[in-house]
Design a protein around this ligand. Structure first.
Ligand SMILES: C[C@H](O)[C@H](O)[C@H]1CNC2=NC(N)=NC(=O)C2=N1
Length: 124
C-alpha cells in the first residue's frame, strides 16, 4: 500500500464493534509507513524521533496533537530525556490496531517530511 492511499482517508469514529486488523492487513499497511514498528504483543505501532532540543520536541508534539485532533484519533505521546519522542498508536476501543492508526501514522509521516523540507529551505 502507498502512503497516499492512507492520507487520502479520514479516521472513522470507533467505539468498538469492529474487528482488529490481522497480520496480513497490518503488514500491507505497514509498507506505507515503514518508519513505524509493529509491537504485536502490545497491539500497537510506534515511531521514535530524537529532536534537536526540548523546544523542537515540544513543537513536533504539538503538530502531532493537531493531526490527532483533526482526525479524532489520539496517540500516546512519550517525551523523555528532554528530546526523545516515542509516539504510539493503537485503537483503545478495540484493544487492537485499526485502519485509523495507520491513517494517523501516514499523516504524521507526511507532516514530518514537510517539516524537514521546510527546514532545508530555510538552510539554503
Ligand atoms: C468516538 C471517538 O472516535 C473515540 O472516542 C475515539 C477518540 N480517540 C481515540 N483514539 C484512539 N487511539 N483510540 C480510540 O479508541 C479512540 N477513540
Amino acid at each position: 500500500m502507498q502512503r497516499s492511499e492512507l492520507t487520502a482517508r479520514r479516521c472513522q469514529a470507533c467505539e468498538g464493534g469492529i474487528p482488529a486488523l490481522q497480520e496480513p492487513a497490518i503488514r500491507s499497511m505497514l509498507a506505507a509507513v515503514p518508519e513505524w514498528n509493529w509491537v504485536p504483543g502490545e497491539n500497537c505501532i510506534e515511531r521514535r524521533w530524537k529532536l534537536k532540543n526540548f523546544v523542537q520536541a515540544v513543537a513536533w508534539l504539538q503538530t502531532v496533537a493537531d493531526i490527532a485532533e483533526a482526525e479524532q484519533h489520539h496517540p500516546d505521546l512519550h517525551l523523555t530525556g528532554y528530546r526523545n519522542l516515542k509516539i504510539v498508536l493503537t485503537t483503545h476501543a478495540i484493544e487492537g490496531l485499526s485502519e485509523n492508526d495507520f491513517i494517523v501514522a501516514a499523516h504524521i509521516d507526511a507532516a514530518w517530511e514537510a517539516a524537514a523540507k521546510e527546514a532545508d529551505n530555510h538552510a539554503t
